[in-house]
Design a protein around this ligand. Sequence first.
Ligand code: AMP
Length: 280
Amino acid sequence: MTLVQSVEELQKLLLLSKSKAKKIGFVPTMGALHAGHLSLVKKCIEENDVCVVSIFVNPTQFNDATDLEKYPRTLDADRLLLEKEGAQIIFAPSVKEVYPVADNRIFDFGLIDKVMEGKHRPGHFNGVAQVVSRLFDIVKPDRAYFGEKDFQQIAIIKAMVKQLNLEVAIETVPIMRETSGLAMSSRNERLSSEQRKTASLINEVLQKSSTTNLSVEETIDFVTKSINANKDLSVEYFEIVDGGSLQSITNWKDTSYAVGCITVFCGEVRLIDNITYKKI
Ligand code: AMP
């Protein structure tokens, strides 16, 4: 496995593979890797000749300076995990390397970034589109891998790929969870062991809500109240949306693909999760 930090060095390495018609798979991450990331890496290794994993905490997607500052950075440990998994290249660039000049592009994703994460984290998806398009331009992968934990992000990436006419195939991987059901996240590192236990209630309640015969409105009420009943958890939003348009539905009959997306604060830590209620 090779760790590269410069675009030039990475492109030199990739040129060699591309000249031999090797398929390049790419997993963009912000590091602090866990089994969720590694499930993307596994799939990438299986389906491509070369697996490139980027580790880059992208400043343009953080709308909160403290969140950016507190984001865990664990390159040495990440490197060991990726080596064990069998990834061929880690790309861990500096901010200057990714953005030699400031990226002032403003993307227009219509309604899909006006809701949920887009609404609560202004500018977040614009920053995601900036960094992912920039990384795609550097790596020029055949396939790129994203986790369903960031459900809305996948829709944004697919829209961006379409808008920019990119040739990369977007592959998705299911949410990886702790045994407790808590969705794995680099942010879980910031939870105390007590908070980790408490946060597992999020998935527990979502699962329970999918076994009831409640209406959409009652489901929203049930999930929100059950989670907020715990004094250490606070729901920022819970929406049930059409999985394609990401717009809220009011009746189960409104769509053949219904997904519940939630964000919950556990102390200062912002956790996201989702559940597919219906997919036909
Ligand atoms: P991040 O480092 O948080 O930007 O995540 C990098 C990629 O890993 C994104 O595509 C995430 O959706 C994915 N990912 C993060 N956590 C999980 C998880 N628990 N299960 C599956 N994929 C995940």
